[in-house]
Write a protein that binds this ligand. Structure first.
Ligand code: SF4
Length: 355
């Protein structure tokens, strides 16, 4: 006889699976009807990542999302990520319609660097090259000389230093300090942090490493320096993904958004992934290591946005023109220095089999 509890528990689970499959089918149909492609970040929900790959879109970091959207022939880009990613897609593809499941999905780095304050900072240091991280508004990018992502920030700043330039950097101070230490560049740093990566704890990571002596430590450079100092590999989401597939170890402690674990586990199914600690002993509150704004993207909102053809990213033409200059500089640099960034394992291909 079947035990009653498992039978009753299976009913809502089965119903949920049927609803989820129906939603995925409708989203797939709407993407095709609207000549739209889904461009998703590694940190959004697993079902959106899978849908992007199944329908010929991509799951990537912000640099590859921007390049993929620009080069894809679809007339509509649906960006599952946070607002600055939608804005970057619009800047690179101004003639395309750029939709987002939720326009309120933003980023603590973007919020922590308001365009007016940043303009005053730049005005005070007119002799410096202005380098901004991708996680900024279009208006902040419009004031910058260079945009960089965590994939290419190091070689670009090293190149500027070699050409005798001093740098004004915004907004992530941990990433800025890491680049400063690695390159020796003269950098003035803006003071903002990522709410996810800033929560990783150095002392607790040390204890965890002692409990798992064979585990390799992978760290995103938006983390505090006490965490970066213990890393076996520091890098962008793409570099960390590649590290899991390439490094010989079977166990990894990973200091980045937990959303990346889905793709990591797909790419390296036999390996054990552990979240780096986000709280001290006895803490009553523990960060979930998942971006609250990335979590605002869902299958239901994707379906609504495709049905209603919005919300849409709209940007002023002048902002697009000025912001595009600093993004194009980065893309030209990456294209002419092909060894300067870590390619994703298997490249950005539209299905898991080929990945
Ligand atoms: S994970 Fe951090 S850097 Fe990325 S979008 Fe969220 S707040 Fe911004």
């Amino acid at each position: 006889m079947n035990p009653v509890p498992s039978t009753t528990a299976d009913v809502p689970a089965a119903r949920e699976a049927r609803v989820g499959e129906a939603q995925r089918r409708r989203a797939r149909d709407l993407l095709a009807q609207r000549d739209a492609v889904l461009v998703a970040h590694y940190y959004v929900d697993a079902e959106l990542q899978d849908l992007a790959l199944e329908t010929g879109g991509c799951v990537a970091d912000s640099l590859e999302m921007a390049r993929f959207g620009r080069d894809h022939p679809a007339r509509t880009l649906v960006v599952a990520g946070v607002r600055f990613m939608g804005e970057t897609a619009k800047i690179l593809s101004p003639d395309k319609r750029v939709l987002m499941p939720d326009l309120e999905a933003t980023c603590s780095l973007d919020l922590g660097c308001r365009a007016e304050d940043f303009a005053r900072f730049c005005d005070r240091h007119p002799d410096r090259a202005v380098v901004v991280y991708a996680n900024t508004s279009a208006a902040v990018k419009a004031r910058a000389d260079w945009m960089v992502t965590s994939s290419c920030a190091l070689p670009i700043v090293a190149d500027l230093k070699a050409r005798g330039r001093r740098i004004l950097w915004a907004p992530d101070r941990h990433l800025g300090r890491y680049i400063q230490e690695q390159t020796g560049a003269d950098m003035l740093l803006w003071d903002a942090t990522c709410v996810v990566h800033d929560e990783f704890k150095g002392i607790e990571l040390e204890l965890m490493r002692h409990e798992h002596p064979r585990a390799k430590v992978l760290v995103h450079p938006e983390s505090p320096s006490s965490v970066i100092a213990q890393a076996d590999r520091v890098g962008s989401t793409t570099a960390l993904l590649r590290a899991v597939t390439e490094m010989e170890a079977d166990e990894f402690i990973v200091a980045t958004d937990a959303g990346l674990f889905h793709r990591m586990q797909q790419m390296a199914p036999g390996k054990t992934l552990m979240e780096a600690p986000t709280s001290g002993a006895g803490a009553t509150c523990k960060s979930c290591a998942h971006c609250p704004w990335m979590a605002m993207n869902s299958l239901s909102k994707l379906e609504q946005c495709l049905q209603g053809r919005g919300p849409v990213i709209e940007l002023d033409d002048d902002v697009i023109r000025r912001a595009r200059t600093c993004i194009d500089r980065m893309l030209d640099f990456v294209a002419t220095h092909p060894g300067s960034i870590t390619p994703a394992p298997g490249g950005f291909v539209p299905n898991l089999g080929a990945a």
